[in-house]
Design a protein around this ligand. Structure first.
Ligand SMILES: *[C@@H]1O[C@H](CO)[C@@H](O)[C@H](O)[C@H]1NC(C)=O
Ligand SMILES: *[C@@H]1O[C@H](CO)[C@@H](O)[C@H](O)[C@H]1NC(C)=O
Ligand SMILES: *[C@@H]1O[C@H](CO)[C@@H](O)[C@H](O)[C@H]1NC(C)=O
Ligand SMILES: *[C@@H]1O[C@H](CO)[C@@H](O)[C@H](O)[C@H]1NC(C)=O
Ligand SMILES: *[C@@H]1O[C@H](CO)[C@@H](O)[C@H](O)[C@H]1NC(C)=O
Ligand SMILES: *[C@@H]1O[C@H](CO)[C@@H](O)[C@H](O)[C@H]1NC(C)=O
Ligand SMILES: *[C@@H]1O[C@H](CO)[C@@H](O)[C@H](O)[C@H]1NC(C)=O
Length: 288
């Protein structure tokens, strides 16, 4: 047999195999549809706008990604900090989170304020501005709720602090942490009636362990109809817009029962058949 012939047929076979591999994955469904399925982490079922850290970017709304640590802990990363996601309220779009770095011990190696990316999240009204102050050697710092850290001396915990106050100037480090008061609106029950001068680090940690609430502000209204039609939501797969991934292709709205063939001219085609997807992949492979 001619070598060129067998080479090109091998190549064709290669392309064909690729085709099978990408276009018809084991279940025969559109790849993004498979990749963007909701995922379970511990007791939480997580879906759009969030995507798993390791999934393609088009599975979530830009910026919203969560990690699942050891199959149990749901983790959110923002700036340099990691937060444990304690609870998710899907109807109110609220995440309850707690700072991972404070969960073990409030004595920190590096002091970082809690900051939100306000283009993704916002605080709910249900929190107090509390702060941890470290290295408070000045005699004019408050003498209540003090704790001490082996490496950085005395600190104190202010459960409600005006960020504009000058208190932080008296200590070397201040770390602002919102927390949700439980029970009494202005004071956590642990401290009711107590004017104790010292507070144990474990107590402060347990207070902060309850976390605080943030809302995710992405508008996900288009997702509801997509999900109802049997699709899985995504964003920015072909363009910077919402995508509804269906078993047979992608749509900008909802899944239709049968795919619109690519060859049929349509004024506003909403379905990109999976064959087009495979075609572009093939091209990519050929020209790379
Ligand atoms: C906030 O999130 C948006 C969306 O992911 C990102 O583009 C931006 O860089 C983030 N801002 C900061 C300060 O991290
Ligand atoms: C997951 O959580 C369960 C129950 O809280 C716990 O027993 C188990 O050790 C956790 N697994 C990991 C990997 O953290
Ligand atoms: C936290 O924010 C306060 C007030 O803006 C600031 O004074 C302080 O230096 C910040 N702490 C750190 C560790 O950046
Ligand atoms: C964030 O929350 C504050 C207070 O709850 C509110 O005034 C503000 O408008 C919110 N910002 C956005 C972008 O939703
Ligand atoms: C805290 O700040 C004071 C005055 O700025 C400084 O003298 C002291 O060395 C600092 N302590 C530490 C542990 O950084
Ligand atoms: C969310 O998006 C939908 C569809 O684009 C729009 O109709 C709705 O007004 C938006 N809602 C908000 C709160 O912006
Ligand atoms: C969802 O579908 C309903 C019924 O078809 C429609 O009235 C509504 O406008 C759709 N919602 C969005 C956000 O497109």
């Amino acid at each position: 047999m001619d070598l060129t012939m067998s080479c090109s047929s091998l190549f064709l076979l290669f392309i064909f195999t690729l085709h099978i591999h990408f276009l018809v994955p084991t279940s025969g469904k559109f790849l993004p549809f498979q990749q963007c399925a909701p995922f379970v982490c511990g007791d939480k079922k997580i879906s759009y706008p969030f995507k798993h850290n390791e999934r393609p970017s088009y599975c979530g709304y830009p910026g919203y990604k969560l990690d699942c640590d050891g199959g149990n802990l749901t983790l959110l990363s923002m700036d340099s900090l990691k937060y444990q996601v304690i609870h998710m309220d899907w109807s109110e779009q609220i995440l309850k989170v707690a700072r991972m770095d404070l969960l073990k011990d409030i004595c920190l190696g590096t002091h970082v304020n809690t900051t939100l990316n306000f283009s993704l999240f916002n605080y709910t009204s249900n929190y107090l501005d509390s702060a941890l102050f470290y290295n408070c050697n000045s005699p004019s710092t408050p003498q209540s709720n003090r704790f001490s850290c082996p490496a950085s001396g005395d600190g104190y915990f202010a459960f409600k602090v005006d960020p504009a106050s000058k208190l932080h100037e008296l200590c070397n480090f201040s770390v602002f942490v919102p927390f949700i008061p439980i029970g009494a609106p202005s004071q956590p029950p642990t401290w009711k009636g107590s004017k104790s001068a010292t507070i144990s680090r474990a107590t402060v940690r347990d207070i902060l362990k309850n976390g605080f609430e943030i809302t995710w502000i992405a508008n996900t209204s288009l997702c509801e109809n997509c999900t109802k039609s049997g699709g899985r939501c995504g964003y920015g797969w072909t363009r910077l817009e919402f995508n509804c991934f269906c078993p047979n292709g992608a749509s900008t709205t909802i899944c239709h029962k049968s795919p619109i063939p690519a060859s049929v001219p349509s004024p506003a085609p909403t379905i990109v058949p999976s064959s087009m997807y495979a075609y572009s992949l093939t091209q990519y492979v050929v020209f790379k």
